[in-house]
Structures are given as structure tokens and as C-alpha cells.
Design a protein around this ligand. Structure first.
Ligand code: UFG
Length: 336
């Protein structure tokens, strides 16, 4: 397959591109490098610097190069920022995403895998969360991802797009070469590891939740497991694959959660990191962070049954070990 990976210089996009290349596929990365890193584009992939929302440039790219499928990982993805500046999220995640879909439609590229998020559920009524749970996002980030998922469903019915939206829970860990380097960093595991390296203190955002130790519980999933799921999802969009369209019926948009089905609290993450690093990590309890649901744990039954996917590296230790190994090799993150 020849795949266009938007956001292929970012954390999940780069590792997914790396896995696609390893499986013998051709990869072109489209990334404007606003949050991604040139050094994260895996060897063997070619890089087009630009935004998926720039209609003329993307149209030109499709005219120059033929693609079998699109893996759309690029997006704005900070919950807090989305609340402060929703316009940016609607412009990039919705309007930009539709510009990409339109360019793809114009050039007959109708296989699409989309990076969605557990944020589409908001604060779930039940856990583990199944895909048919109510979608009630509590921030513009989740809302814009839900909106784009909706567009994919209608593009399937009307224009024959075959798509899979993957609702990620909490991506963690690293491959040998590629890891997590957000600036600013907001995610728990890299924050904990950087604090440990610098001798700084970690702030636990609230310990008065209704959970066993009072801190929030999340479902962490190894980025290499996520990457493998992208490959399986791309395969499921093949022409004639019944998972995204049965004969004589309109094409279909499939949605799958990706998590390990097991939750860990913030305190458990800190304890696991202390075990990996071999020393205590300074910590204090601060106020709750706005918009944090107490528990987010996925049911991944559908991903297993439909995509044939399971998390292989589902121990928190494996994720933290690999993130720590990458961090030690890249104490300043990617060189720019
Ligand atoms: N946390 C702290 N201290 C920190 C950072 C985080 O206590 O310094 C806590 C958070 O409050 C939360 C947990 O650690 O309870 C995990 O926080 P992350 O920011 O690592 O991850 P989130 O669960 O908030 O969000 C992530 C992605 C979103 C995605 C969501 C879906 O960043 O894009 O998972 O579950 F939508």
C-alpha cells in the first residue's frame, strides 16, 4: 500500500509510519512541523512539509502522487487549549479535516483511517466503555473529533468512503527510535520521567476522586500496539472488505476503541515509574485539572473481534520502561 500519513512527524503518527514501513508499505508523511519534529519522520518515509488543511497544496500533492489510503493522525489535541481557543480546533480538526477529505474525494482516494479519541465519550456512565456508549464530549477537542467521525460516516454512505476511526485511550511508551516529545508536555508519563531526570516535583492533579486511591484512572496503551492497530485498520478498508462495506450496500465507517481494558491510577503510574527508575520521585497533590473524568477504561472487544487486534505490551512496566529508555537516549527530546 502507498499511504499518506498526516501528522507523521508526531508521536503516534511517526510510530505508525515506522510500523507501516517495516511491513513493506510506502509512506509519505504530510506534516507542517508545528508540533511534530523533522527528526521523528522515520527513515524510508518521504516528508511533505505542509498542512492537510491547505486545499491547493494538498490537491497538488494528490495530483503528483497516487495513494491507496490516508492515515489521518494530524490534529490539534490539547484539551485545555481547546477550551480556551475552540476556533482553532474547529478550524484545524473540522474545517481542515474536511479539506483533506475533499481533496481525497477529488482524486478518488477513499480509504481512510482516523485518529479519534476517548474524549468523544466525555464522562462515561459505565466502564469499560463500549463504542455504542453515548457520545457527550465535555470539551471542544472531543467535540471536533466526534464531528469528523460523523463526516466519515456520511462520506461512507454518500461517496463510498471506507473508513475506520480509532478511539485512542492513553498512548504511552516508545519504539526503539521514536518517542514522545510534546512542547509543552502535558501527558503524565513523560512529565513524570522528565521530572525524575531533572529532580523536579510532579503535581498529582487531585486525590479526592471516587477511585480506590483518590487519583484518576486511565487506560494506557503502548504506542507500538496502537501502531499495529493502524495497519490492521488500513487493511480493513480494502475494496471489497466486508468490514467496511458489504456487497450491494453502501460503504461503512467502522469505529473501534483502542485500550488495554485495564486502568491504572496516577499514583500507580508514579509507583511503577519509581520501580523502573530505581528511586523515589518527588510529588505533591494539587487541585483537580478541569475536565478530567475520574475513570476512562476501554472495552476493546470490538477491536479484537473485528480487527483481530489485542494489546500485546499491556503492562504498565513495559510502557514506562520503553519511554524511560527513549528519554535517556534523548534527554532534550528530538534535536531540531
Ligand atoms: N496528570 C497529573 N499530573 C500531571 C499530568 C497529568 O496528575 O502533571 C493526570 C491527569 O490529571 C489525568 C492523568 O494524569 O488524570 C492522565 O493525564 P494525561 O494528560 O496524560 O492524559 P489524559 O487522560 O488527560 O488525555 C489523554 C490524551 C487526550 C485523549 C485522552 C483520552 O492527552 O488527547 O487521553 O483518554 F483524549
Amino acid at each position: 500500500m502507498r499511504v499518506l500519513v498526516t501528522g507523521g512527524a508526531g508521536y503516534i503518527g511517526s510510530v505508525s509510519a515506522e510500523v507501516l514501513l517495516r511491513e513493506g508499505h510506502d509512506v509519505v508523511v504530510l506534516d507542517d512541523l508545528s508540533t511534530g519534529h523533522r527528526a521523528a519522520v522515520p527513515e524510508g518515509a518521504s516528508l511533505e512539509v505542509g498542512s492537510y488543511g491547505e486545499t491547493t497544496a494538498v490537491d497538488d500533492l494528490f495530483a503528483r502522487q497516487a495513494f491507496d489510503a490516508i492515515l489521518h493522525c494530524a490534529a490539534r489535541s490539547l484539551v485545555g487549549e481547546s477550551v480556551r481557543d475552540p476556533a482553532r480546533y474547529y478550524r484545524d480538526n473540522v474545517a481542515g479535516g474536511i479539506a483533506l477529505l475533499e481533496a481525497a474525494r477529488g482524486h478518488g482516494v477513499k480509504r481512510f483511517v482516523f485518529s479519534s479519541t476517548a474524549s468523544v465519550y466525555g464522562t462515561p456512565r459505565e466502564t469499560p466503555i463500549r463504542e455504542d456508549a453515548d457520545l457527550r464530549p465535555i470539551n471542544p477537542y472531543g467535540e471536533t473529533k466526534r464531528t469528523f467521525e460523523g463526516a466519515l460516516a456520511w462520506y461512507a454512505e454518500a461517496y463510498g468512503f471506507r473508513s475506520v476511526s480509532l478511539r485512542y485511550f492513553n498512548a504511552a511508551g516508545a519504539s526503539e527510535a521514536l518517542g514522545e516529545d510534546h512542547r509543552p508536555e502535558t501527558h503524565l508519563i513523560p512529565i513524570v520521567l522528565r521530572a525524575a531526570m531533572a529532580g523536579d516535583e510532579v503535581t498529582v492533579f487531585g486525590d479526592d476522586y471516587r477511585t480506590p486511591d483518590g487519583t484518576c484512572i486511565r487506560d494506557y496503551i503502548h504506542v507500538l500496539d496502537l501502531a499495529r492497530a493502524h495497519l490492521l485498520a488500513l487493511e480493513a478498508t480494502a475494496p471489497d472488505d466486508p468490514r467496511t462495506g458489504k456487497p450491494a450496500e453502501p460503504a461503512a465507517a467502522l469505529v473501534c476503541n483502542l485500550g488495554s481494558g485495564r486502568g491504572y491510577s496516577v499514583r500507580e503510574v508514579l509507583t511503577a515509574a519509581e520501580r523502573t527508575i530505581g528511586r523515589l520521585i518527588a510529588q505533591r497533590v494539587g487541585p483537580r485539572r478541569a475536565g478530567d473524568p475520574p475513570v476512562l477504561v476501554a472495552s476493546s472487544d470490538r477491536a479484537r473481534e473485528v480487527l483481530g487486534w489485542t494489546a500485546r505490551q499491556d503492562s504498565l512496566e513495559a510502557m514506562i520502561d520503553s519511554a524511560w529508555a527513549w528519554q535517556r537516549r534523548h534527554p532534550e527530546g528530538y534535536a531540531e
